[in-house]
Ligand binder design. Structure first.
Ligand SMILES: *[C@@H]1O[C@H](CO)[C@@H](O)[C@H](O)[C@H]1NC(C)=O
Ligand SMILES: *[C@@H]1O[C@H](CO)[C@@H](O)[C@H](O)[C@H]1NC(C)=O
Ligand SMILES: *[C@@H]1O[C@H](CO)[C@@H](O)[C@H](O)[C@H]1NC(C)=O
Ligand SMILES: *[C@@H]1O[C@H](CO)[C@@H](O)[C@H](O)[C@H]1NC(C)=O
Ligand SMILES: *[C@@H]1O[C@H](CO)[C@@H](O)[C@H](O)[C@H]1NC(C)=O
Ligand SMILES: *[C@@H]1O[C@H](CO)[C@@H](O)[C@H](O)[C@H]1NC(C)=O
Ligand SMILES: *[C@@H]1O[C@H](CO)[C@@H](O)[C@H](O)[C@H]1NC(C)=O
Ligand SMILES: *[C@@H]1O[C@H](CO)[C@@H](O)[C@H](O)[C@H]1NC(C)=O
Ligand SMILES: *[C@@H]1O[C@H](CO)[C@@H](O)[C@H](O)[C@H]1NC(C)=O
Ligand SMILES: *[C@@H]1O[C@H](CO)[C@@H](O)[C@H](O)[C@H]1NC(C)=O
Length: 413
């Protein structure tokens, strides 16, 4: 039993029904494919972070049709994956369990590339997954992804859920970050956003619906979460922070605390920049760190897209920030609340912050450079004290002048 078909599906250009994935994923990512490939010159040539799962429908011996959902385990094998070896084709191959294979290939044409074909196969003889399958045998399905052309030096990004049903298999893909045919050993910080994400984002730009969130305004400090990014097996970026988002629209301010327990994180570390991506089922937040003069780092960019409970969305981005400046080889620390202004309508309040986007050694923070807000904690009472002394002096002088005047007035009478 082996089937193969070829269909053209509008996978990433037009969307099937938009479904928010309300999984409580915690901080361990299940079903994520995470891969960075190097070419023969040791230069990074392909990077992929790709969340997926599959639901397979099969016929059982006695109980009719049955569904089984397959996740990609963290110990999946990527062997056979390769970058362009002169034929303008790159491929990711994933093998897991006793019988599952998934692969995707990318093709390049001059200055653009395409996500070309996805193939998924399984074997119903696998008695662990399909114990009661009526028919035992290998099944493979293939479909062509009808993607738009992605410019060569851009990272394709799609965090919307994309669902494709092919034969008896339902594919779910979300939080896709992929760049094939990477130039000059550099994963791009420029994103090519899929139409589905864009349509969610642009509706916001066009409508003037007030931002309303059903969440009550948080009164507490947000819980700090620890987020990290790995380069191979080594941690290359560390961030600990409590995050509170402040959204203002039509004079209404909403505060939203990021809950570390339900937030996924990932990112990339490059030679001169690093990115941290945070997301849960409704919200997506991206931090871009860059180097300054080769010896300092800073927070250069932030991108956010939020989906509110009743469907109104919010996006904001700023790529010319200058926060969290500290020397490379150290970390930046700020225990006090610090506000990061992204746009007129959006700011992030950070609490108990510590971040190190470069040169993390053995997964630990290096010495911290503290923010001026922390240093300033002793200055405040001094200023207040000085202010009070000044005030007292003014009152005394005013009193003396007043007394003198009334005394003088008295004398003329
Ligand atoms: C590639 O880089 C790694 C670590 O950076 C190094 O250990 C390895 O020898 C390099 N391989 C080649 C072929 O240059
Ligand atoms: C199996 O999954 C498909 C697609 O999600 C769904 O339409 C179908 O009702 C499910 N069948 C069973 C028996 O759960
Ligand atoms: C992967 O992990 C699963 C359980 O988590 C285990 O049964 C399986 O043997 C592992 N496979 C490999 C190749 O290590
Ligand atoms: C892409 O992969 C599919 C399935 O693995 C294969 O049939 C096809 O020939 C590949 N395309 C190219 C251009 O190599
Ligand atoms: C699965 O079970 C069937 C029947 O119980 C058996 O004939 C078959 O050999 C088993 N397959 C494997 C891979 O163990
Ligand atoms: C790669 O490097 C070459 C030469 O250093 C430069 O001309 C080219 O623009 C770079 N390409 C990209 C995509 O950065
Ligand atoms: C939220 O942002 C508005 C406008 O920038 C500001 O006036 C307000 O003080 C902020 N509130 C908090 C709690 O950060
Ligand atoms: C998050 O996890 C911490 C520690 O595991 C726990 O104390 C806290 O109640 C959790 N918060 C939520 C919102 O689940
Ligand atoms: C934010 O996203 C936009 C597109 O959605 C992209 O052009 C921009 O480079 C991103 N900025 C940062 C700081 O990542
Ligand atoms: C969102 O919900 C609020 C209150 O629940 C309501 O006032 C508002 O009209 C809703 N917005 C949309 C776009 O449905």
């Amino acid at each position: 039993m082996s089937r193969s078909c070829r269909l053209s599906l509008p996978l990433l250009t037009r969307g099937s029904a938009f479904a928010l994935l309300c999984l409580l994923l915690g901080t361990i990512e299940i079903g994520a494919l995470n891969l960075t490939l190097n070419n023969s010159h040791n230069a990074t040539c392909l990077h992929a972070h790709w969340q997926m799962n599959f639901t397979i429908k099969y016929e059982t011996l006695n109980h009719g049709l049955k569904n089984v959902t397959i996740q990609v385990p963290s110990n999946a094998s990527y062997s056979g994956s390769h970058c362009d070896t002169g034929d303008n084709v790159s491929q990711i191959k994933v093998q897991f369990g006793s019988s599952f294979f998934w692969n995707v290939n990318f093709t390049r044409q001059n200055s653009v590339y395409f996500i070309d074909t996805i193939c998924f196969s399984y074997d119903t003889s696998d008695n662990d997954t399909f114990p009661d399958a009526k028919v035992k045998g290998k099944v493979s399905t293939t479909f062509e992804v009808d993607t738009v052309a992605i410019p060569l030096d851009e990272l394709f990004r799609c965090h919307s859920v994309v669902t494709v049903t092919e034969e008896n298999v339902t594919h779910n893909y979300w939080d896709v970050f992929v760049q094939a045919f990477i130039q000059n050993d550099t994963i791009s910080t420029k994103e090519y956003v899929c139409d589905k994400d864009v349509s969610t984002e642009s509706t916001t730009a066009l409508t003037t619906v007030p931002i309303t969130t059903s969440k009550p305004i948080p009164e507490e400090r947000p819980h700090p979460g620890t987020y990290s990014v790995q380069n191979g097996t080594a941690i290359c970026l560390l961030a600990t922070m409590g995050l509170q988002l402040n959204i203002t629209k039509d004079k209404v301010t909403s505060l939203l605390n990021i809950s570390p327990n339900t937030t996924n994180f990932d990112g990339v570390c490059l030679k001169e920049s690093a990115m941290l991506w945070l997301n849960d089922s409704n919200n997506y937040l991206e931090f871009l760190f860059a180097m300054k003069n080769g010896n300092r780092f800073y927070l250069k960019g932030v991108n956010v897209s939020l989906t509110f409970v009743n469907g109104s969305d919010f996006v904001a981005a700023n790529n010319s920030l200058n926060y969290w400046d500290a020397p490379i080889g150290s970390s930046y620390m700020c225990n006090k609340e610090e506000a990061i202004a992204i746009s007129d309508a959006f700011q992030i309040n950070t609490f108990d912050l510590r971040v190190q986007p470069f040169d993390v050694v053995e997964g630990k923070y290096s010495t911290a450079q503290e923010c001026s807000l922390d240093d300033g904690s002793i200055l405040i009472p001094v200023i207040v004290g000085a202010g009070l002394a000044g005030l007292i002096l003014i009152i005394v002088v005013a009193y003396l002048i007043g007394r003198r005047k009334s005394y003088a007035g008295y004398q003329t009478l």
